[in-house]
Ligand binder design. Structure first.
Ligand SMILES: Cc1cc2nc3c(=O)[nH]c(=O)nc-3n(C[C@H](O)[C@H](O)[C@H](O)COP(=O)(O)OP(=O)(O)OC[C@H]3O[C@@H](n4cnc5c(N)ncnc54)[C@H](O)[C@@H]3O)c2cc1C
Length: 304
């Protein structure tokens, strides 16, 4: 992929959180309360937020909870998980080019699944190396670690390293229509609002865009529900369907997608900024039997 017009950026969740808290604290009309929310009830004229400590009342609530009911309902839709383990390592040799990164490297992986490695350098001797799966179930941590070690041994051979930090995550990838759980007075946000892109498990860009849209809609006194455009839902559904039904085909699918479309078009798709024309071009560029099969099946089946 030609990334010459783009810059790779890392966001530290801790620093980001501190930054947000610091700026919010400047506003006296915002109060932080620590409580576990057990239930949220829309009584039309007001919303009741049932907390562990007490109840809260509001005209409008933004809700980031993933409830148990949700997981029961998701089962009736195509559902995979992006699950991964990452290590921030410091090496004894200057092995990394901090101006480039490795994106979805399929050379070392579990052949039965869509799984790959990222290498995201911070310095010449420091990088985050991550082994990621797009599949139905999480693995034992040792499995991801085995692939990370194998990758380091094969491609950075004579290098010694220390592990400075580890990270682990599971992110839902699903066609479940999250937006339906929002009401006029309750806006579901984040993962619970369907802001994670189904076919990739990425969410940051959607979070940024949707938050800005919500702020704009508050100012304009418009409806605060976020509904995705149907065209993204369509391609995500097929991509996720292919990954779900033929989980070892991820390498071919993403290879074709990247090889046959410009970087700009791919990034526009990931950022949910594609035109209908882009979406159709990407869809037709895949030209695979699996893709066509899932395309037709997706009209009749919710869960693939
Ligand atoms: C290690 C790691 C790396 C990642 N890297 C990327 C990446 O590179 N790009 C990307 O796009 N995404 C990435 N993600 C995913 C991304 O962080 C999530 O998709 C995103 O944070 C989801 O946002 P959210 O608001 O739904 O959930 P969260 O950020 O988890 O926020 C939910 C909030 O709701 C609160 N909450 C939930 N239930 C209750 C309750 N009952 N009562 C009170 N509070 C409650 C939680 O405490 C939490 O503060 C990564 C995730 C991890 C773990």
């Amino acid at each position: 992929m030609d990334f010459s017009n783009y810059q790779y950026k890392t966001l530290s969740s801790l620093k980001f959180k501190k930054h947000v808290h610091k700026s919010i604290k400047k506003h006296r009309n915002i109060k932080f309360i620590k409580d576990t929310i057990l239930n949220i009830r829309d009584e039309k004229k007001r919303v009741v937020v049932v907390g562990n400590k007490k109840n809260y009342f509001a005209k409008h609530v933004f809700d980031s909870r993933l409830t148990k009911n949700l997981f029961n309902e998701i089962r009736y839709h195509t559902f995979l998980k992006q699950h991964f383990v990452g290590w921030v390592i410091k090496t004894n040799k200057k092995k990394f080019d901090k101006n480039s990164f490795v994106f979805m490297d399929y050379r070392i992986r579990d052949e039965k699944s869509t799984a790959f490695t990222y290498v995201l350098p911070f310095k010449k001797d420091e990088a985050l190396i991550e082994h990621t799966y797009f599949s139905k179930n999480e693995c034992d941590k040792k499995v991801y670690e085995k692939y990370i070690k194998e990758y380091l041994k094969k491609y950075y051979g004579d290098t010694n390293y220390i592990i400075k930090k580890t990270e682990y995550g599971t992110i839902p990838m699903t066609t479940y229509p999250f937006y339906k759980n929002s009401t006029k007075n309750i806006t579901k946000i984040g993962t619970a609002g369907g802001w994670v892109k189904a076919s990739t498990g990425y969410s940051f860009k959607n979070c940024e865009k949707n938050s800005l849209k919500i702020v704009d809609n508050i100012k304009k006194q418009k409806d605060l529900r976020i509904v995705r455009k149907k065209r993204y839902y369509f391609l995500d559904k097929i991509l996720l369907g292919v990954l779900s039904k033929y989980n070892n085909r991820g390498e071919t699918i993403f290879y074709r997608m990247i090889k046959r479309n410009s970087t700009k078009k791919i990034l526009r798709f990931l950022d949910e900024e594609s035109t209908i024309f882009d979406i159709l071009k990407i869809t037709f560029s895949m030209r695979s039997v699996h893709f066509i099969l899932i395309f037709f099946k997706s009209f009749f089946k919710k869960a693939l």
